[in-house]
Design a protein around this ligand. Structure first.
Ligand code: DC
Length: 229
């Protein structure tokens, strides 16, 4: 069967990573979480004193970009793909509120984006990949055969995020999470370099009132349709 590229874009905490991962597993594709890559660069900046109080030392971070290596460990028994930063498993650390609060200002830096986009294209060279993010269908793989844009209201997304973080043992406040989501939506959609946008040929999935199995059915129907063409 022909292998294709599947691009899943959407707002933060819209559930796109879960559905992208599940879809990849189901059809035997590689899954790449591009947001994890921006998070890993952010963690590097935080650890090296290049980011604090919403501000990034852009010059220092650009200088260090060649030192930042990002890779993934395939999903293990926990079903979670682990992100490696210079060989260290940082999967847990990149999901904290500290990283979430700093990732948008890091992701606006054109040099950071260029480097990560190159790496993302490298992952997709063989096709047979599901990648989720903000600019996958517009910038990274404009030629992707299947594009999905996931939409959900900020309140529903904040609810999901709070649940997820609490399950991981992080004590979070709903309003703080909702504010972080709104702030990231604004920065993600207003930045100059490849802002979050729906590709003209993307299919919109509004998942406010959909269960995870319903979303999977929707995705599988679309995938089967695309693969038949
Ligand atoms: O999907 P996420 O919340 O883990 O993404 C983290 C941040 O990375 C998000 O605020 C925007 C940025 N991002 C991006 O700019 N481009 C991508 N392709 C993926 C994520």
């Amino acid at each position: 069967m022909k292998k294709i590229i599947i691009a899943i874009d959407g707002y933060s905490s819209s559930g796109k990573s879960t559905m992208a991962r599940d879809l990849a597993r189901k059809i035997g594709y590689v899954y790449v979480d591009s947001g994890a890559m921006y998070r890993a660069v952010t963690l590097y900046a935080l650890r090296h004193g290049m980011a604090a109080d919403g501000k990034v030392d852009t010059e220092a971070l650009i200088k260090d970009l060649p030192e930042i290596r990002i890779s993934f460990l395939p999903a293990g028994e926990d079903g979670v793909q682990h992100t490696l930063l210079n060989g260290e498993d940082v999967e847990r650390e990149i999901r904290t509120m500290e990283v979430s609060g700093m990732v948008s200002p890091v992701a606006v830096i054109p040099e950071v984006r260029h480097r990560l986009v190159d790496l993302q294209r490298e992952f997709g060279k063989e096709r047979g990949i599901v990648m989720d993010g903000r600019d996958i269908g517009t910038t990274v793989f404009p030629d992707a055969e299947m594009k999905v844009f996931v939409d959900a209201s900020p309140e529903v997304r904040a609810d999901r995020r709070v649940k997820e973080l609490r399950e991981k043992g992080e004590d979070v406040d709903y309003d703080a999470v909702l504010n972080n989501i709104r702030e990231r939506d604004y920065i993600d959609t207003h930045r100059e370099e490849s802002p979050l946008a729906k590709a003209p040929d993307a299919h919109v999935l509004d998942n406010d009132n959909m269960t995870i199995p319903e979303q999977m059915e929707w995705l599988m129907n679309l995938y089967n349709e695309v693969i038949r063409l």
